[in-house]
Write a protein that binds this ligand. Sequence first.
Ligand code: NAP
Length: 342
Amino acid sequence: MKAYYLVKNGNSNNAFELRDINLSEPKADEVSIEVEAFGLNFADVMARLGYYKACPPLPTVIGYDVAGKVIKKGANVKDIEIGQRVTALTRFGGYATHVNTNQSGVVPIKDNTDATVATALATQYSTAYYAAEFSMNLQKGEHVLIQAAAGGVGTALTQLAKRKGCIVYGTAGSDEKLEYIKNNGVDFPINYRKQDFYEYIKAQKGEKSMDAIFDSIGGNYVKKGLKLLAPGGRLAMYGAAQIAGDSDKKSLYRQLKILFGFGKYSPTQFFGNSQALIGVNMLQIGDFKPYILKKCMSDVVDLYNSGEIKPFIGKVYDAKDLAEAHNFLQKRKSVSKVVCKW
Ligand SMILES: NC(=O)c1ccc[n+]([C@@H]2O[C@H](COP(=O)([O-])OP(=O)(O)OC[C@H]3O[C@@H](n4cnc5c(N)ncnc54)[C@H](OP(=O)(O)O)[C@@H]3O)[C@@H](O)[C@H]2O)c1
């Protein structure tokens, strides 16, 4: 049994070390999984760069999603059988050949489900589903803005919003990505490197025109987003990708700039406009509302099985090329899901 340990913050080439591991017996609510594929998430890049507060002290194994086969289970696990293939959200520990994880983030998949697709369903689709269904309660005909629409969560949000009959505005950072988000269902694609998203939407539809905004960038994006929010609108913030910047070095200056970029808000502003600013953090949902995590995971697997969502796998790496895969995601070259296979 092996795992890639994060041993050093900074450049991906020096960050990971492959080590032997011993897997402990699963606890009462856990299953042990033999991993076929593990997914990368942008939060992993944040953890590698040293920006992720929830990351355990180094050396540690990071990684939020795996697909594989259950080889053992704890006494309380009733609805998952040994030998079943599953998709699983891991609370770190995913960059491994074997991992134990709580049953609340584990859902069986069909024998013919591609393991790489199954990793996309875990963190990115379940986060998007929780945000779209539970936090934002999207309605038919609503105008929705999705930041980083070409990313893993962005791809999932676009498909879920279109499924609800929403009109989708989406941002991405290159013309190739713009083509991708258009094909994925975005009605108004915006290359934010060429056009400020706030100015574009203001010119097209005016301020106070968006019913729902999904923001994973943070700072001034949220401030501008709130100006675009209609009365009755909701803005969900679930990431602050801007903090990663373009460097491998941590920058306090950038962190402060983003923090101040958010601006200041008063509760009366939200009350007065019947608006909501909603935070989404799936680790907290997993810890405090595990039944909701389970529902999100089960629902996205059902939507996949019925063909209502179509995860796109942007790139598959051999696990030995983990450093390269990380760099690819950090440098914003990726579209949708990036996966490593053992
Ligand atoms: N709260 C939660 O529970 C939760 C769960 C999952 C994910 N997340 C967050 O959701 C976001 C998306 O995650 P993901 O794994 O699907 O990653 P992703 O969207 O596939 O990749 C991140 C994308 O963000 C954009 N980006 C990166 N740095 C940026 C910057 N400085 N300014 C503007 N845009 C930037 C890039 O897109 P462009 O090339 O188009 O700029 C990049 O491809 C991340 O912020 C992640 O931390 C949160």
